[in-house]
Design a protein around this ligand. Structure first.
Ligand code: NAD
Length: 292
C-alpha cells in the first residue's frame, strides 16, 4: 500500500467506527401500523417490535379486556402518543370498516397492516361440525379478506408504498392431524395474500406471509381446547407438546412470539422492499418436511 492508500483505508475505518457508534435511525418512523389480534401473544409482540422501530401502532382485538391490558403496557413502554387500542370483530364488515376509518382518523393513514387475529379449533373430519368449520372460515378466511380489503382501499388512495403481512400458519402449507378446518382456512389466507400481492403491486402495496409453527408461549389459543386437541392428536400429554415441537424441528428450538414479530418487521420494512407474494416460514426448520 502506498501512503495515500493506507491513509484512505484508515480514514474509512474511522468513519465506519463512528457510524457504528451513532444511534440508528428508526426504520419505521412516521409509519402507521394496524395490528389485528393485538391482545394476543403474536399480535402484542408485533406491536412492540414495530413501535421499537418508530411506527405508530393501532392494536385491535375483539377481547376488550385483553386489549386494554396490552395497550396500557405498550403505552407505558413506548409512550401514550404512539399506541391506540381499537375494538374490532374481524368477521363483521361494519366493524372492520369502522376500524380502518378510526385508525386513519387517529394517525392519518395506514402504511402497514398485520393481519393476525385468529383462533384455533380442530377435530377429526368426521367429528367436525358445520359450526366449527364455519367458525374457522369466518374468523380466518373471511376475517383476513375483510381486513385486507379495507386496508387495501386506503393504501391504494395513498400515494406511497405500503405493506401487508398475513400471519398464516405452517398448517396452511402442510396437513396436520385432526385440523382440516383450520388448515384449509389458513391455506386460503396464503392464497389471498398471493392474489393481493398481484393486485397491489401497481400501487406499491406489498403483501407477504409469515407462517409460524407452534408458538405456545404467550398464546391464548394454546391455553384451552386446542392444546387438548393437539395433545390428543399426537397421543401425548399437553405438557409434553412444547418438547415435541422443539424436538421435531431441525434446529431443536421452540418458536417464540418475538421470532414471529421479527419476521413481520422484516417483511413490513424496506428491508423487504422487493419481496411480495412470498412466504416466510418461521418454524425452526420444519415446514418443508411433512405433517407431524
Ligand atoms: P392468541 O389467541 O394469543 O391471539 C389471537 C388474538 O386474536 C386474540 O387476542 C383474540 O382475541 C383475537 N381474535 C380472535 N377472534 C377475533 C375476531 N373475530 N376479531 C378480532 N380479534 C379476534 O393467538 P396467537 O398465537 O397470537 O395467534 C395469532 C395468529 O397466529 C393467529 O392467526 C393464529 O392462527 C396464527 N398462528 C399461531 C400459531 C401458534 O402456535 N400460536 C401457529 C401458527 C399460526
Amino acid at each position: 500500500l502506498d501512503e495515500q492508500e493506507a491513509f484512505d483505508i484508515e480514514y474509512w475505518l474511522l468513519e465506519e467506527a463512528k457510524l457504528q457508534r451513532m444511534p440508528k435511525p428508526k426504520s419505521l418512523a412516521g409509519q402507521v401500523a394496524v395490528v389485528t389480534g393485538g391482545a394476543g401473544g403474536i399480535g402484542r409482540a408485533s406491536c412492540a417490535r414495530l413501535l421499537r422501530e418508530g411506527a405508530c401502532v393501532v392494536a385491535c382485538d375483539i377481547d376488550a379486556e385483553g386489549l386494554e391490558t396490552a395497550v396500557s403496557d405498550l403505552q407505558a413502554a413506548f409512550g401514550k402518543d404512539v399506541v391506540r387500542g381499537l375494538p374490532v370483530n374481524v368477521t363483521d364488515e361494519q366493524s372492520v370498516i369502522k376500524l380502518m376509518h378510526d385508525s386513519c382518523a387517529e394517525f392519518g393513514g395506514i402504511d402497514i397492516l398485520v393481519s393476525n387475529a385468529g383462533i384455533s379449533s380442530a377435530a377429526p373430519i368426521d367429528e367436525t361440525s358445520l359450526a366449527v368449520w364455519q367458525r374457522n372460515m369466518d374468523i380466518l378466511s373471511t376475517g383476513y379478506f375483510l381486513v385486507s380489503r379495507e386496508a387495501f382501499k386506503i393504501m391504494k388512495l395513498q400515494d406511497r408504498a405500503a405493506s401487508m403481512v398475513f400471519v398464516a400458519s405452517k398448517n396452511g402449507l402442510v396437513a396436520s392431524p385432526g385440523a382440516s378446518a383450520y388448515c384449509t382456512a389458513k391455506a386460503s389466507e396464503i392464497h389471498l395474500a398471493r392474489c393481493l400481492a398481484l393486485e397491489g403491486a401497481p400501487y406499491g402495496i406489498r403483501v407477504n406471509v409469515v407462517n409460524p409453527d407452534a408458538v405456545l408461549r404467550g398464546s391464548k389459543i394454546w391455553t384451552g381446547e386446542w392444546r387438548e386437541q393437539r395433545a390428543k392428536a399426537y397421543d401425548m400429554e399437553p405438557d409434553q407438546l412444547e418438547e415435541h415441537y422443539r424436538k421435531r424441528s431441525m434446529l431443536k428450538l421452540n418458536v417464540l412470539p418475538e421470532d414471529i414479530a421479527e419476521a413481520i418487521y422484516f417483511l413490513a420494512s424496506d428491508m423487504a422492499a422487493k419481496s411480495t407474494g412470498n412466504i416466510l416460514n418461521v418454524d425452526a426448520g420444519h415446514a418443508p418436511s411433512f405433517t407431524r
